[in-house]
Design a protein around this ligand. Structure first.
Ligand code: 13P
Length: 261
C-alpha cells in the first residue's frame, strides 16, 4: 500500500512577528490572486495575533486557512497578555502552532506546557501543529532522536496517541531555522521516518495518516527535493512565506507527485 498517497500535503506560512496591517493585507491579496492556491495542497497562514481578525475576513470562502502562532494553555480568565483557544476559534482560526522552537527557547516553554497547549487547542476544535526539533548542540551530541522523541512523547502522554489523528507534526531543527542552512532531504527524511515510526509503534493507522511537515530555511529552490521524501508531507515556512512569489512557488512544489521521483 502506498501510504503517502493518502496524505494531503500542507504548506504553511509562519509569519512570526513581521508585517504591518497593510503588509498583511497586501500579502494575502497576492496569495489570493486567481488560479494560484487551491485545496489540492492545504495552505495555512499564521499572521500575528492582532491581524487575525482582518485576515479571517479576507480569507472567508477562500482556499487559504488561518492559524495562530501560539495559544494559552488556560481557559479564558485572569491571564494578562495571553490569548485563549476559544478566542482563536471565535476570530476564525482553524489551526494553531504549539511548541515552536522560538517559544521553547525564548519564552521558556517546556514539554509539559506545550502538551497542555496542544490539549487546550484540541478541546476547542483547533488543529494543533506540534513543532519539534533539536538544537545544533543536541544534534552534534547525537541526541536528535532522544530530543524529538521526548517532545513527541510529552504530548502523547497527556492527549493519547489517538489525538494525533487531529493534529500535524512539524519537524523544525533549530539549527536550520532562519539560518539559511536547510537540513538535507535525507536528514529531514530520517527524522520524519523516526517520528512516524514512533507513532506507528503505538498505532499504525494513525501513523500512516499523520502529516509531518519540515521547517527550517525552506525556499522555492529546495522545496521540491524536500517534499518528495516519502515521509515529508509539506513544509512550515518562515522567512520565505513573507514573499508572495516565493511562497507560491513553494506551494506549487508541493503539488509534485512523489511517485515521479
Ligand atoms: P525559516 O523558514 O525562516 O527558517 O523559519 C522556519 C520556521 O521557524 C517556521 O516556523
Amino acid at each position: 500500500m502506498n501510504t503517502t498517497a493518502a496524505r494531503r500535503r500542507i504548506v504553511a506560512g509562519n509569519w512570526k512577528m513581521h508585517g504591518s496591517r497593510a503588509e498583511t493585507q497586501a500579502l494575502l491579496d497576492a496569495l489570493l490572486a486567481p488560479a494560484q492556491i487551491d485545496e489540492r495542497v492545504t495552505c495555512i497562514v499564521f499572521p500575528p495575533f492582532v491581524y487575525l481578525s482582518d485576515a479571517a475576513r479576507t480569507l472567508r470562502g477562500q482556499p487559504i486557512h488561518l492559524g495562530a502562532q501560539d495559544v494559552c494553555a488556560e481557559a479564558p480568565g485572569a491571564y494578562t497578555g495571553e490569548v485563549a483557544a476559544p478566542m482563536l476559534r471565535d476570530v476564525g482560526c482553524d489551526y494553531v502552532l504549539v511548541g515552536h522552537s522560538e517559544r521553547r527557547a525564548l519564552y521558556g516553554e517546556d514539554d509539559a506546557l506545550v502538551a497542555r497547549k496542544f490539549a487546550a487547542a484540541q478541546a476547542n476544535k483547533l488543529l494543533p501543529i506540534l513543532c519539534v526539533g533539536e538544537t545544533l548542540a543536541e544534534r552534534d551530541a547525537d541526541q536528535t532522536y532522544a530530543v524529538v522523541g521526548r517532545q513527541l512523547d510529552a504530548v502523547i502522554a497527556v492527549s493519547g496517541v489517538a489525538a494525533l489523528a487531529q493534529a500535524v507534526v512539524a519537524y523544525e531543527p533549530v539549527w536550520a531555522i532562519g539560518t539559511g542552512r536547510t537540513a538535507t532531504p535525507q536528514q529531514a527524511q530520517d527524522v520524519h521516518a523516526f517520528i512516524r515510526g514512533r507513532v506507528a509503534a503505538l498505532d499504525a493507522k494513525i501513523a500512516a495518516g499523520l502529516r509531518i511537515l519540515y521547517g527550517g530555511s525552506v525556499k522555492a529552490g529546495n522545496a521540491r527535493e524536500l517534499f518528495t521524501q516519502p515521509d515529508v508531507d509539506g513544509g512550515l515556512i518562515g522567512g520565505a512565506s513573507l514573499k508572495a512569489d516565493e511562497f507560491l512557488a513553494i506551494w506549487s512544489a508541493a503539488l509534485a507527485d512523489r511517485r515521479a521521483h
